[in-house]
Design a protein around this ligand. Sequence first.
Ligand code: FE2
Length: 424
Amino acid sequence: MFDLIVKGGTLPDGRVADIGIVGEKIAAIEPALEAQAGEVIIATGDLVSPPFVDPHFHMDATLSYGIPRVNGSGTLLEGIDLWGELRDLATVDEMVERALTYCDWAAAMGLLAIRSHVDTTPDHLNTVTAMLEVRERVKDYIDLQLVAFPQDGFYRAPNGRENVLRALDMGVDVVGGIPHFERTMADGAASLRDLCEIAAERGLMVDIHCDETDDPLSRHVETLAYETVRLGLQGRVAGSHLTSMHSMDNYYVSKLLPLMAEAELSAIPNPLINIVLQGRHDSFPKRRGLTRVKEMQAMGIRVGWGQDCVLDPWYSLGTADMLDVAFMGLHVAQMTHPDEMARCFTMVTETNAAIMGLGDYGLRVGATASLVVLDAGNPTEALRLRAGRLAVVAKGRVIARGERGDERLDIPGRPALVRRRLER
Ligand code: FE2
């Protein structure tokens, strides 16, 4: 007897299976389960995936677009200035309210685990107070992992170091940093040494906004790899953005990639945001703001896709749909081979979960019973259509249902899109 069976769905690896759920856990995955269930979701012909995961977001800023005004230049630096005003204007309640609205959007999209950077710059730490409350309030359906992020600099801001430590003491999960925003390259490198030492002492993971610049000489990722190995943090450290790698000299990169692989760094490019923020100082040719995704993957480096922003001082669009994120990444990184397209789907599910260290994630017996039923036959079609969510299950509970669209080509008994258009 199961509480819930998701019947007949196609898993991302192509297997067709029934998934039996008891309580908050997956109890069985079989070609055909005969047992009774309290509730059944028929998923015949639909893709059943583990939930989407976003390893890079800013939930303290989300849904604030236009407050106090829009980002006129569209640059990262004007966004940081705007946010500097907003974080002192917004009350804890307002930030909580906006974040909970975003979490509703995310849940409806099957996005059930999010790593959010929380700005620790202002001494009031309202951002931290708000996000800790949100983490608690959404815990039944979203795993929210918080990063202590010294937006204005670990050294450059007056109490940068102290406030990171205070945030960690308050219960924030991960150590963050922004070395390219410190006053000097030397300060940036020193900040990484200190931040990695804090993580090592406390047994925490690290996720650094690293080299989010078009400056090819921004090489903090090298230091991040070095400190990771020195302190034995292999596998627990992520470099977010890494956009300077786009502009680096190829010879230097040929030395850098093995160092990153040795340190088992994870990389988190954020294609929606980097494509609009980077290259703003270029005329033409205008650089694309994306790190070397395929080249890192070829070296065995773990690379996920992050969303970064939705409707905030840095980005004026966004829907909490990780398929949008992967779709943009696929294009900008030119990952158009069938294997690469399928990998883009894996990046916003399994790979991102591994980056966040989610041990009970996945479609396997014993894992947490969280999944999403997509209106698509396979991962590539899900990307092509940015497929609708037919059902979202979070920790054993059905939390959202959606309508079937009419774009698919492969549903038996239904005329294909092209034919229908010709018949009109
Ligand atoms: Fe970010």
